[in-house]
Design a protein around this ligand. Sequence first.
Ligand code: BG6
Length: 637
Amino acid sequence: MRTGPVETVSAEDRDNSRLGGGAVAAPGVLVILGASGDLTKRLLMPALYNLVCDGLLPEACAVIGMARRSLDTTAFREQQRQDIQRFHTRRDFDADRWAWLESRLHYTAGDFSDPEAYARLRDLVLAVGGDCGAAGNTLLYLAISPEFFQTVNGLLDGAGFTRLPGRRKIIVEKPFGKDLPSAVALNRSLLTHWREDEIYRIDHYLGKETVQNLLAFRMANGIFAPLWNAAHIDHIQISATETVGVETRGEYYDKTGVVRDMLQNHLMQMLAYVCMELPVSLHPSAVRDEKSRLLRSVRLLDPTAVARDCVRGQYGAGTKADGAVVSGYRQEPNVDPNSNTPTYAAIKLHLDNDRWAGMPVYLRSGKSLWKRGTEIVVQFRPQAGDGGEPNVLIFHIQPFQGVEIRIQAKRPGPAFDLQRAGMRFDYAETFEATRGTGYEVLLYSAFNGDPTLFSRTDFVEAGWRIVQPVLDLWNETRADDFPNYMAGTWGPLAAHALLARDDRRWHECITREVLLRSEFFSHAPAVLLNNLTLACQPRAVKAGATVVERGEQSSDLYVVCRGELEALDEDGRRLGGVKEGECFGEMALLDNRPRNATVRAVSPCDLLVLAATDFRRIVEDFPEAEAQFRRIAERRR
Ligand code: BG6
């Protein structure tokens, strides 16, 4: 579930666009157990309000909140009216639409362990459902801590909710267990009271348009189908990197860690969509069968494979891109000062099926990294013979939303020179992109009884089975190098080594803004910057490593994204420092001269390397910019 420190939704994060077409949802009564918590005010109510604004909720619907807090319906409505002002996501607030929804809100106070409370709730559900004409479709949303699931489900069953007339759904949020045995136990307990088709497990990644688009992309664009296998694809990378640390969630996170928090669920969902066999239809079971089948084909790691193919990290103090100094993980509130909990993980997996045999998939996720971005990179095999750059297909999940293909194009001019270029589909340019909460489509699907976007028992357990060996080994062995990456960097160096060992590298999706931090690029036109970002390659170096040697005849340019380096003369005397946002090597780049200083990393550094050949080729088309580069370089020298 997404709960952050956000205290209100900012004006620029609001828009009025529609969620898109669709029929009005089926009538129903949504019961939120734990309605006084964060989830209701931050996500559920704004999502319901968005559905109302887009005309997607039926006249016959109602929402009943239940929590310990002793409120009545009037006070609950008043509370929600105040909260929606802070958390709605639309540019203009439509008081009439809200009034429509507010008049359908009801509340009953009750302790979750009190059977009487559930009897009262049942009577209210029947009465409200009868009044508004929505009886027969009851959605029970457990917005409560999983430790209460067993009790609450037992008491719901005891009060007759499992036998209510019509259709019933129980909606649960992650975490679905803390490991494989506890997930199996939780599922068994849920299944004691509910049928599988009544259980709706939410993974909010499936509420993202760009994640749903993975399936659409594959099903509806046949040109990729013949290429979608290990014969044509070299490897796949799935990255979900965050700039935020654990913030106020230290207590939860320290027991959880990145593998349970992100890999077991969100990354598994993306892996399944990208790699599964295409379902024979869009029927929920057809889609969910294929997703589970794919996860079951993941080769399980033994301890040797975990030690070899999995990298863990924990952030130490550092600075963010905006210059803000942030504390290390162990200094965060409610985190053990000796914590062994990973905040970063990179793992290499293999899929043992005909389609993907022999092709690795690399997954990584982490907190407090240099950039927020979820991307899936499909790297094709290089074309035989010409030694050219391989094609890359990138699904940009967030914050940029789109799909991009990196190709080679002939540069304009008499010579037959190739240059890397990008073909981009941008959601914002093509659609009236909506910025809902991500919960709209999930609630809408639940009203309609469509479980496609919810996780089934077998999928959840298959996900746990994959990560369990990693959890076991990392739990049994302490990471004595923690913290091993500084907040605001690209993560531990070992994650880069993991791919370098296979002669591969992580694709860092670089934006113009990264280059613009350096004065050297500050004047460059947007088209030129776009071309340069495509040419940059990431390189991570250890503290103490020499990046260029004085006198050496190399002429690549380096941009410092993170860390600090120093320039040394022939006697090893310090000439000066090179800091984040700066670059070095401009003179060698422009004039092809030998290096006039040695440059050594003072701290671990994340660098972008711009090959001189690429730079010269790209800049050739921008003579004015080239002259300006030279002026800046001369001045800096
Ligand atoms: C949640 C995790 O499930 O997903 C959080 O508990 C994480 O730790 C969040 O920050 C990421 O979601 P999103 O939508 O911002 O990628």
